[in-house]
Ligand binder design. Structure first.
Ligand SMILES: NC(=O)C1=CN([C@@H]2O[C@H](COP(=O)(O)OP(=O)(O)OC[C@H]3O[C@@H](n4cnc5c(N)ncnc54)[C@H](OP(=O)(O)O)[C@@H]3O)[C@@H](O)[C@H]2O)C=CC1
Ligand SMILES: O=C(O)CCC(=O)C(=O)O
Length: 448
């Protein structure tokens, strides 16, 4: 519950202006209470109407995306780009292709991206985009025609110093390649306009791995504070896409064993540890379903139409890496009963507000998405740097920088939480640290 009168008026206004945007309101309700102590100690925030300005996306772009399917029939989807805040640099954030995409989901993602990008310490503002186009079951030709049509509109609003989109759910190297090709046809060859590019068109080494690896580095830093490490830990992971796959790969490299993964049809429990090579073959090469994993690996059990978070088996760490609100109050309690001491969010907002409360009240070390999954966008910013320099860096160089950035983010969140009287609360640490830098930049620039 908010106590500060200024924050109450901000919350009421957001409710009035966005009455049906449940996900955006949820992200706001996670954020506002956690910066209360900072706002009370820093009167310049209210004096300069920083929150009135910040909570309003700078620009919300909505457009029609017509495309022809393989039967020659015209289909139409809705496209979005939310240019949320540019105080720290060009808008930066992924594009999501999923049938659930709507303005509320785009806005929650864009809003959180602002503070996440700020935490990286790199010169990037926050944005997000996407479409309710469903890539599942579509041919390469259909994906290409959709991406070309999407870019026909989007190209009006992006560029290496304006807005730099990348991937998210349903958008990987293939889609970024098609989007880039269309941008080049209409505008010019400008490699820094999109990140997450395939290596053949000047993507960065380690961008594919960055979000999942970064998540593991974040957890490793947290454990270090408790004189512990990932070695020997049992880890439950949800999802089987980009973030989940490389989180599993890195926790294995650091000596832990990940025993689960999932897609929207069910989940796998493999007591021997997820076989990452098999997972990549099924998901990245064949674009198949996770059920095939159990058909090919005798030690694996498949649970159809169930979430990982219904599993009742012991593990030490939970890494939700699929989608928003996949963990509710009930599953949070199951995770705690299973013995998890750490929950680190690879996906964006995978825990409901009630789930976060359950974790925090039960002493779980909870690592919020905007800090724990910032490795992806951080390496995207490094991709922009390489593109500007016109020089590719080695995998080791990028991965080394990623490791240091994740350590810095962890330390910043930990120390900020302590400074403001909430030691151990990484939600408060992440939100205050991310917000303070954006607010300062807005004031320096005359509030624009
Ligand atoms: N890619 C990146 O660099 C970053 C991604 N993220 C976040 O991480 C999460 C995963 O993204 P990413 O791995 O890139 O996406 P992918 O498209 O590669 O994978 C998404 C995974 O989540 C599952 N999933 C998606 N929607 C649902 C749903 N409604 N219910 C159950 N499962 C679902 C998918 O299953 P299925 O195939 O069945 O749909 C798939 O296994 C998202 O929240 C994203 O915003 C955060 C930071 C950076
Ligand atoms: O790499 C990027 O720019 C986008 C990453 C992203 O969408 C995210 O952090 O949620």
């Amino acid at each position: 519950m908010l106590k500060n009168e200024y924050l109450k008026t901000i919350r009421e206004r957001i409710q009035r202006e966005n009455p049906y945007q449940a996900e955006y309101l949820q992200a706001v309700d996670e954020f506002l209470p956690s910066i209360e102590v900072y706002v009370e100690q820093n009167p310049q925030i209210e004096e300069n109407s920083i929150l009135e300005l910040l909570m309003q996306a700078e620009r919300v772009i909505k457009f029609r995306v017509p495309w022809q399917d393989d039967q020659g029939k015209w289909q139409v989807n809705r496209g979005y780009r939310i240019q949320f805040n540019s105080a720290l640099g060009p808008y930066k954030g992924g594009l999501r292709l999923h049938p659930t995409v709507n303005e509320s989901i785009m806005k929650f993602l864009g809003f959180e991206q602002v503070f996440k990008n700020s935490l990286t310490g790199l010169p990037i503002g926050g944005g997000k985009g996407g479409s309710n186009f469903d890539p599942k079951g579509k041919s390469d030709g259909e994906i290409m025609r959709f991406c070309q049509s999407f870019m026909l509109e989007l190209q009006n609003y992006i560029g290496p110093d304006t807005d730099v989109p990348a991937g998210d759910i349903g958008v990987g190297g293939r889609e970024i390649g098609y989007l880039f090709g269309q941008y080049k046809r209409i505008q010019q060859y400008s490699s820094g306009t999109l990140t997450g590019k395939p290596l053949g068109i000047w993507g960065s080494l380690a961008r594919t791995e960055a979000t999942g690896y970064g998540l593991a580095y974040f957890v490793q830093n947290l454990l270090k504070d408790y004189q512990d490490s990932l070695a020997g830990k049992k880890v439950a992971v949800s999802g089987s896409g980009n973030v989940a796959t490389y989180a599993i790969e890195k926790v294995h490299q650091l000596g832990a064993v990940a025993v689960t993964c999932s897609d929207s049809n069910g989940f796998i429990y493999d007591e021997q540890g997820i076989d990452v090579a098999l997972l990549k073959e099924i998901k990245e090469v064949k674009r198949g379903r996770i059920s095939e994993y159990a058909e090919r690996k005798p030690s694996a059990k498949y649970f159809s139409n169930e979430s990982v978070w219904t599993l009742k088996e012991s593990y030490d760490i939970a890494l939700p890496c699929a989608t928003q609100n996949e963990i509710n109050e009930v599953s949070a309690k199951i995770i705690i009963e299973n013995g998890a001491k750490i929950v680190a969010e690879g996906a964006n907002m995978p825990s409901t507000l009630k789930a976060v409360k359950v974790f925090q009240e039960n002493g779980v070390l909870f690592c919020p998405a905007k800090a724990a999954n910032a490795g992806g966008v951080a390496v995207s910013a490094l991709e922009m740097a390489q593109n500007s320099q016109r020089l590719p860096w080695t995998f080791e160089k990028v991965d080394g920088k990623l490791e240091k950035i994740m350590e810095d983010i962890y330390v910043t969140c930990r120390d900020t939480a302590k400074t403001y009287g909430h030691a151990g609360n990484l939600v408060i640490g992440a939100n205050i640290a991310g917000f303070a830098r954006v607010a300062d930049a807005m004031i320096i620039q005359g509030l624009v």
